[in-house]
Design a protein around this ligand. Sequence first.
Ligand SMILES: Cc1ncc(COP(=O)(O)O)c(C=O)c1O
Length: 394
Amino acid sequence: MNNIFSDRISDVPRSFIREILKVAVDTSVISFAGGLPNRDLFPVAELQAAVNKVFESAGKEVLQYSNSEGYPKLREYISRRYLEKKGLDIPVENILITSGSQQGLDLLGKTFLNEGDDVIIEEPGYLGAIQAFSVYKSVFNPVRVTEDGMDVDGLKEVISARSPKLMYSVPNFQNPSGISYSVKNRSAIADVLKSTSTLLIEDDPYGDLRFTGDEKESFGKILPEKTILLGSFSKTIVPSFRLGWITAPNNDVMEKLIIAKQASDLHTNYFIQRVICQYIADNDLQKHIDKIIKVYNSQRLAMVRSIEKYFPSGVSHTHPEGGMFLWATLPEGTSSMELFDFAIKDKVAFVPGIPFYINKEKTNTLRLNFSCVDEETIETGIKRLGKSIEKIIS
Ligand SMILES: Cc1ncc(COP(=O)(O)O)c(C=O)c1O
């Protein structure tokens, strides 16, 4: 059977997280393993009202095929929000609506990557990007990220050795680590990239979910001619609608992305684009985002407090200013995969760091998600995990 599959798909593994989540389905397990937005915050009634209104006002039209670029009013909204929130001037013509930002990654792979092309990826990095680019058989060049951002010397080394086509980054509240690139780090990266042919992808699905600290300038502002922005409504409205977007730095790139989009699915679900537009017109999206921020921030604080109370000394963690994830590092020489087995027996789950690295067999790191668990349960879960950690350390 194996030889009927393309080389492209044969070498790409299933999502490790989806596999690991199967172990955590037992309802007595407290799970910090998922990466889902909190469903209690979904604006169900408001979306239902928007659905009804769209059907009533444009029933037949919204059920027809539509254009590949996306609904013009939605693209205009995205362009306006970039200007108001980030001071970015992104022309509407350079915004392509996608089926989630995950499709944006696939379209970028399709548009830019030949087999063997080099891509810079954060270490640890977003699993969905690793999976999306793996299909195009790219060569990954991991560059370490720390609490300050990307290791600039590591970046310089990769650039001079490999001249990569793309650099993939999540500079705000990164998945998996929760770190953000500092202002200084962003400007150092821009300095390195500006005289190269490498294009920078800034994937920013969590950027609106800032709890603390100042908004940092987007690469779209400091390196506009080389930056491709990916955005999404998954974390601010709902993920199931699969609505995201990609911005092109110039018309040539946009033209090719549209071709890639047409070849993939002609266009993103038009009805859903209209529903989101209606929802945004009838509601205060920023107010809704502020509500999400308030809840996630309380949950983040509960997690940090509990870690400091229950984890043995020698375990460090990141200090996310937003988003949904926190990253912990166990003492040197311990394995988070081994911890996982103990933790499941103690009825708590997390994602071991291993899938977020390229070519590593053992790590002492783990990802903890705080968006879906209430404060009291966070304390109970972290207490359990603290006990499991003590077991593997001793
Ligand atoms: C960094 C990052 N990029 C992209 C995505 C995919 O988001 P979407 O739902 O917009 O496809 C995720 C989802 O978790 C993510 O964490």
